[in-house]
Design a protein around this ligand. Sequence first.
Ligand SMILES: [Zn+2]
Length: 237
Amino acid sequence: MNTLLLSFLLTLVSTLTTLDEQKALSEWTPAAVVSDESIMAYGIDSCFKAYPINDAIFARMDGKSFKKNCTMPRSSLRYLRVLHRNVEGKTQLGEIVCNQSIAADLLDIFRKLYEANYKIERIILIDNYNADDETSMRANNTSCFNFRVVSGTTKLSKHSQGLAIDINPLYNPYIHLNNGKVEPATGKPYAYNRANLRNVKVPIIDAHDLCYRLFIQHGFRWGGAWRTVKDYQHFEK
Ligand SMILES: [Zn+2]
């Protein structure tokens, strides 16, 4: 093959990739991986934005995270577009539903985490897991709004109001200190002796962690500081 033809084909492949990526960005395809060049062309400010819950998003949530008995008005919730670095360090599209009162906090925190190359494996709506927390946590999915009770109680969780978020939950599990139960169950290897964990794909959340520091600066409380349970993935306001 002559060099001119090869160079033409390479340009064509690169143009097609860019077109695919621009489509993923304009449609905001959850978990799509895009190049930094595509982000530059699209505009980074458009990648950290809050929107009202439109009908298409609501259709995904209805009967799942937004259960029939949901007492949260849809109008108090926001759909956020965010970017994050995945476990390979690549730029991935994320989506979060949260309470409107913390939308600006989350946009600022996720932008700072992205700029610091902080790894988060996946941020897609928990409705993709039928709003089942255990399944979403096993997939190490970061999520916020879900109309549900606190695990093991009848009390409504702060997730029900979209005021709590769980970050990289598989590697930052939730431990019931009274009975030793770990959620997700597959997070057991990351539940104890956390300062000595090695070869973990994402940062371990502790008091030195950037994610921890950003949430605390924004006035959130950390579940890892609680005494009867340790909820390392959890921040709430
Ligand atoms: Zn939580």
